[in-house]
Write a protein that binds this ligand. Structure first.
Ligand code: GLN
Length: 214
């Protein structure tokens, strides 16, 4: 009797419904994490802010926002956060924008710095100089639905991509939106535009990964 009751309780316990409404973390150390969380909710995900390494345990994917990659690194080096994050990005879908893209890259230049090393690209920090600290442009991409607005803020430039990296959009001949398996990265800030196609693409990656690994 008791056992049957326990069974029923377990069955009715909320399941992580990663296929329908994946739970996606947004690293909330600095940058526009709230805008990312809102964008993820708009495209059907549950968004949670992640401030401690243990909060990565319950999420199906993660967004690493823009900001200053050096500041991120300083924070992450405390309490072994960087090591836990490294494990996470190797096994779960992760989307990095701007500084987040720099953190995911295998190689960082100008100057060289430590990174999570899961995205096979070489990225140059602050590549556009002071004159164009920030700029809004619209380019064609490989995403369906026509040209996409892109907000660049002290953006990095992807100088080199490995064989497995799919280039989804370019600016002046350099990749600005790339995908490698379960990793998505943009050198611009899609969370600052109204167009949700990039976040929708990431939620799609998280759903596919959850389906293939359940
Ligand atoms: N310039 C920053 C860096 O090098 C990135 C800028 C951004 O995330 N908007 O880390």
């Amino acid at each position: 009797m008791l056992l049957r009751k326990a069974g029923r309780l377990i069955e009715s316990a909320p399941k992580s419904d990663a296929h329908d409404r994946p739970r996606i973390g947004v690293l909330a150390i600095q940058g526009d994490f709230d805008a990312h969380a809102a964008a993820l909710r708009e495209v059907g995900a549950e968004a949670v802010l992640v401030r401690k390494p243990e909060e990565l345990a319950g999420v199906d994917g993660l967004v690493i926002p823009g900001g200053e990659s050096t500041t991120f690194l300083k924070f992450l080096e405390r309490d072994g956060f960087l090591i836990v994050l490294q494990e996470f990005v190797r096994s779960k879908p992760t989307f990095g924008t701007c500084a987040g893209c720099i953190l995911l890259a295998k190689e960082v230049a100008h100057p060289a710095q430590q990174s999570l090393g899961v995205l096979d690209v070489t990225v140059q920090r602050n590549a556009y100089g002071r004159q164009i600290d920030s700029v809004i442009e619209t380019f064609e991409t490989k995403l369906p639905g026509g040209p996409l607005e892109m907000v660049y803020i002290r953006a990095p430039r992807i100088l080199k991509t490995g064989h497995d990296v799919k280039v989804l959009a370019e600016r002046e001949g350099f990749p600005v939106l790339v995908e490698q398996g379960k990793i998505l990265a943009a050198t611009f800030h899609p969370e600052l535009s109204a167009d949700r196609r990039v976040h929708a693409r990431f939620v799609g990656l998280v759903r596919t990964h959850a389906t293939n690994h359940s």
